[in-house]
Structures are given as structure tokens and as C-alpha cells.
Write a protein that binds this ligand. Structure first.
Ligand SMILES: C[S@@+](CC[C@H](N)C(=O)[O-])C[C@H]1O[C@@H](n2cnc3c(N)ncnc32)[C@H](O)[C@@H]1O
Length: 182
């Protein structure tokens, strides 16, 4: 594991117990706005990458259709204890132990600024997404302007929406094309 990932994991492992108290209201503002832009979460298998303590899963009240992945064991442990997470996987977003072409929606909120190579991570999502599958991603505005987020998306994907959230982050929705062009 790279030094950066090791440090990130250690830092979230150490602060897992206070994460919800510190960030619940901030993250919920983001989730409300995301739901206003995209309401079609029902009956879809969602992979929440960098799920942390599962605040989004709790917010959606759809724990049974969300797989929560995170590099920090302690963040997921808090999520199981406090936010009723059911399906959890401790793993790195750059090496997701998920079957190819199997996921309908990937959510990845406030994570991409922590990974060493965001472009690589986003390309890994492409492997496990079904055709027509969507990624809903947010990243800190101060590190990723809307233009910089756009630039992370190559022609493996189609951009559906890109906007500024009411607090901290910019958001992007993109899709793996339903059919590959020849
Ligand atoms: C700011 S928190 C966001 C948590 C959650 N998405 C939310 O909305 O509250 C970032 C999370 O990303 C996780 N993370 C960072 N790098 C990761 C990686 N390479 N693979 C998986 N998870 C990672 C951290 O452990 C942490 O739980």
C-alpha cells in the first residue's frame, strides 16, 4: 500500500468514533442536494466506495441494497454499530473485490481527494459497472474545480450532470455507455 493510502487509513481509523458527530450535518446537506438531482436510487444495487461510517446508507434508508466499501476498518465498524450497515467490505477503491459488470450505481462522496491517482480509481469503477451504470461522485471544491472534475472523465464515460453542492464539494454524475460505439 502506498504511503499516502496508509496515512489516510490511519487517520480515519483514529478518528472514526467522532466522524458522525463532526460531519453528519455537513454530509446530509450534500446528500439532500444529490437526491434533488438524482432520485432514481430505488431497487438498484449501490456500491458506496469510501462509505466511511455509512451516513449515506442511513440517509437513504436502503441499507439492504448498499454495499459499503472502505479502506478503514474502524469507519465501517462504527457504521455497523451506529448506522445499521449490513454489507461491508474493507478494501481499497483501486482494487475492488467486486464482480465485473455487476454494479448499477457507484456512489463516492468526499473520497476522491484522498486517493493518489483519481483517474486510475475512476477507471477501476468502469470495470465493475454494468453497461448503463452510473457513478455519482463528489470532491472538495478547493481541490477539484468543476473543470478539473470534468477532466477526470475520459471517453469511457458520458457525463450526465456536473454542479456545485451547497457546501464544500462539487458533484459529478457520469455513465458507462449502454453500448460501445464501433
Ligand atoms: C471524508 S470521508 C467520506 C465518508 C462518506 N463517503 C461520507 O459521505 O460520509 C472519506 C472516506 O474515504 C475513505 N477512503 C480514503 N481512501 C480510500 C481508498 N483508497 N479506498 C477506500 N476508501 C478510502 C476513508 O477511509 C473515509 O472513510
Amino acid at each position: 500500500m502506498s504511503k499516502k493510502k496508509f496515512k489516510v487509513r490511519r487517520s480515519y481509523d483514529e478518528t472514526a468514533k467522532i466522524y458522525d458527530r463532526r460531519y453528519l450535518s455537513i454530509q446530509e446537506k450534500k446528500y439532500f442536494d444529490i437526491i434533488n438531482h438524482f432520485q432514481n436510487f430505488n431497487n438498484k444495487l449501490i456500491l458506496d466506495v469510501g462509505a466511511g461510517t455509512g451516513l449515506f446508507s442511513k440517509f437513504l434508508k436502503k441499507q439492504n441494497q448498499i454495499i459499503s466499501c472502505d479502506i478503514s476498518f474502524n469507519m465501517l465498524k462504527e457504521g455497523i454499530k451506529n448506522n445499521d450497515l449490513i454489507f461491508t467490505v474493507v478494501c481499497d477503491s483501486d482494487s475492488l473485490p467486486i464482480r465485473r459488470n455487476s454494479v448499477e450505481i457507484i456512489t463516492c462522496f468526499s473520497v476522491i481527494q484522498n486517493v493518489p491517482e483519481p483517474l486510475y480509481t475512476i477507471n477501476q469503477f468502469n470495470i465493475i459497472l454494468k453497461k448503463g451504470g452510473l457513478v455519482i461522485l463528489t470532491a472538495l471544491t478547493k481541490l477539484f474545480s468543476l473543470e478539473e472534475l470534468y477532466q477526470l472523465i475520459d471517453n469511457n464515460y458520458e457525463i450526465i450532470d456536473c454542479w456545485k453542492l451547497p457546501i464544500e464539494d462539487n458533484a459529478l454524475i457520469f455513465q458507462k455507455p449502454k453500448k460501445r460505439e464501433k
